[in-house]
Write a protein that binds this ligand. Sequence first.
Ligand code: NOJ
Length: 560
Amino acid sequence: MAPWWQSAVVYQIYPRSFADSDGDGIGDLRGIAAHLDHLGALGVDVVWLSPVYRSPMDDNGYDISDYTDIDPLFGTLDDIDTLIEGLHARGMKLVMDLVVNHTSDEHAWFAESRDLASPMRDWYIWRPARAGHEPGTPGAEPTNAGSFFSGPGWQFDPASGQYYLHLFSPKQPDLNWENPAVRRAVYDMMRWWVDRGVDGFRMDVINLISKTYPLADGPANGPGGLCYDPSIVVEGPRLHEFLREMNREVGLSAKELFSVGEMIGVDAETARSHTDPAAGELGMVFTFEHVSIDNGPTGVKWDVVPLHLPALKANLAEWQEALADVGWNSLYFENHDQPRSVSRFGDDSAEFRVVSAKTLATTLHLLKGTPYVYQGQELGMTNAGFTSIEQYNDLESTRFFAEAVAGGGDPAQLLGAIGFKSRDNARTPMQWDASANAGFSTGTPWLAVNPNHTRINAAAAVADPDSVFHHYRRLIALRHELEVVRQGRFALLLPEDERLFCYTRTLGEEVLLVVANWSSAPVVLPSGLPDRAGAEVLLGTHDSLSDELAAWESRIYRLA
Ligand code: NOJ
């Protein structure tokens, strides 16, 4: 029998931006609990909560200072118990974010580790300055590893004269997974949450936990000779072992808990090795490959090139095929780290926003794997439209901007790239209704609400049977209904076509054909596609059955 999560659809909540119950301008757990009917109406099975643990909020909660407490901004442990109960009562499950590649520098473990003599010194990755360099001076970092958030990946600690590794911000020191006591502490914490009632974990950058020692210099490809090549830090030699150990110790497989590992730089073959049930590691992984297709030649996300549809199709097809028999896919276009898909891959103009959001949804949800809906995606929410760096909160965007401007970059050009790709595009408050602050908060929202909330909001979408929301609802229902959607074999059609995304899903005698026009102009379906005579349209964006697809039109056929 297929595990339960192979039939599930996940809804991701970024708590800070979902719903604010107490008027402080920041979303919270009670706000979420007040909106469970929205999730019930959509029909999702699982809620993944981005971090709500106690945190100084340097990276909005991805810097945790206490894994077994809730940050007061978000509420209390009682509130999370209530949320778990509320979800379970509606037949939904709760998946917590597990951020254990690093902690906050304000975690008690790190405070203790700062002491050279402490047995906990070795819980983090400390190294002396580069030989022949004065500790603390520019270039004296132990290696040239860059941080994913720009700048060196090492921070000098004057008290001990050594550096600690932080692959993200200096306030996110990396844990030393080589130390068995660290691993035990993590597994204890995970069991504590499982005992509390959570149904699984989304594991933040989990393929960074096993590091190659000693971290060596990598190829310099960033300012100041820094190495921003993630391949030196991903998929370390003990990763499989650690994941197997975690699975065994926490009972991930034994208790049928949900697990998805976020993996930077992971390819499809490697994903299969982690999600093969025989490996006893993870249920599925998040890849970055398909959301890097519109990165330019440097490979950096800020180097934006227009989407080349054949490249996206080839990548998604490669993953569908690699995980066809062994392993499992996760399916996503959006999350709290990616811009809004309708602005990125679709057409967010007034004319085509709704239909292109629906067609992106159809294309993704008919693939094989577990689909993820990121809050607001089901409304076709768009990018933020920020034009000045002061409007941004996200440290990845602001640190990149500062570094690039200091290096002589053109601010207008940089703001264009950030406007297109920044994570804050996905983090503007959820648009509940047309009222002030979109019904998100009675206070001043921590990040500006998109002015288009007067048109694009949940109240309007739920009331309109032709909305993006109801399209998502139908797609989710279709997955629950049809085994061929869940388990059918995938075959890509017309791989070179630059406007059409077409494929079949086949299970026994049953064949579904998906045809989707990913362009803002009509396209005639070429001959050579499977015969549609007598086929039933299970879901379409338009009523027509003609051989010409309107701009952004898509259909799901069940072939006769
Ligand atoms: C990946 C998370 O999704 C992202 O939001 C975060 O900034 C980094 N990991 C660091 O935890």
